[in-house]
Design a protein around this ligand. Structure first.
Ligand code: URA
Length: 214
């Protein structure tokens, strides 16, 4: 997101009175109409985790299961994510997990709902909620799980393959640790390649653990 992309958000932000607490933000987000994605989604899927979280993990958007349950990362990608966090010894209560976009975007195909990538306008519109979450949580580190999250957090497109495992400063000076999205690991067909990719993701999470300072 460049400076030009940010301008309309700044105006929108200025119109609103800042909510008093993260719970108040969560409640407001239930009625979000900042873009059209609320029309087809079941509900807003807001972030969750410890109010004193040292790390905030940001995914792309809720998937099918998250949309139905109203909680982030409870589907297959969430299971992999939880398993890796446990493996490297990151305690969930010291984290907060959310998404760049808080409504499920999909294309209906028969009875199935196929994930559809949020566009730059949807990411920008939803940035209001992510900003509020970060304002209240003030984490030591934010973790971008994949390209959409990196774009939302850093404010511009980030080449994930090149930058993964590194920290990028956002326009606001917040450190953003870049890594892949866990669902990208699930899509790797070859077992050995998938194993290696999972191990690399676990290495990234070990780096995040160090950044959380205990
Ligand atoms: N993928 C995401 O990016 N977020 C979720 O909450 C689930 C899957």
């Amino acid at each position: 997101m460049n400076a030009r992309e940010r301008t309309p958000m700044a105006a929108e932000t200025a119109e609103k009175t800042a909510p008093a607490s993260l719970d108040a933000v969560r409640e407001e987000a239930e009625e979000c109409r900042r873009c059209d994605l609320y029309r087809n989604a079941t509900q807003t899927v807001f972030g969750e985790g410890g109010e004193n979280a040292r790390a905030v993990f940001v995914g792309e958007q809720p998937g099918d299961k998250e949309d139905i349950e109203g909680r982030p990362f409870v589907g297959p990608a969430g299971k992999l994510f939880d398993d890796v966090l446990e493996e490297v010894g990151i305690e969930r209560k010291k984290t907060y997990v959310t998404n760049a976009v808080k409504h499920f975007k999909f294309e209906p195909r028969g009875k199935r709902r196929i994930h559809s990538k949020p566009n730059a306008g949807e990411i920008r519109a939803c940035r209001w909620w992510l900003d509020q979450e970060l304002t209240f949580l003030k984490p030591e580190v934010t973790v971008a799980l994949g390209a959409t999250a990196a774009r939302a957090l850093v404010g511009r497109p980030v080449p994930i393959t090149k930058m993964r495992g590194n920290i990028v400063q956002s326009a606001e000076g917040v450190p953003v640790f870049i890594t892949v999205h866990p669902s990208s690991l699930l899509r790797i067909p070859d077992r050995e390649v998938r194993h290696a990719a999972r191990a690399q993701f676990a290495d990234d999470m070990r780096k995040v653990k160090k950044l959380m300072k205990g």
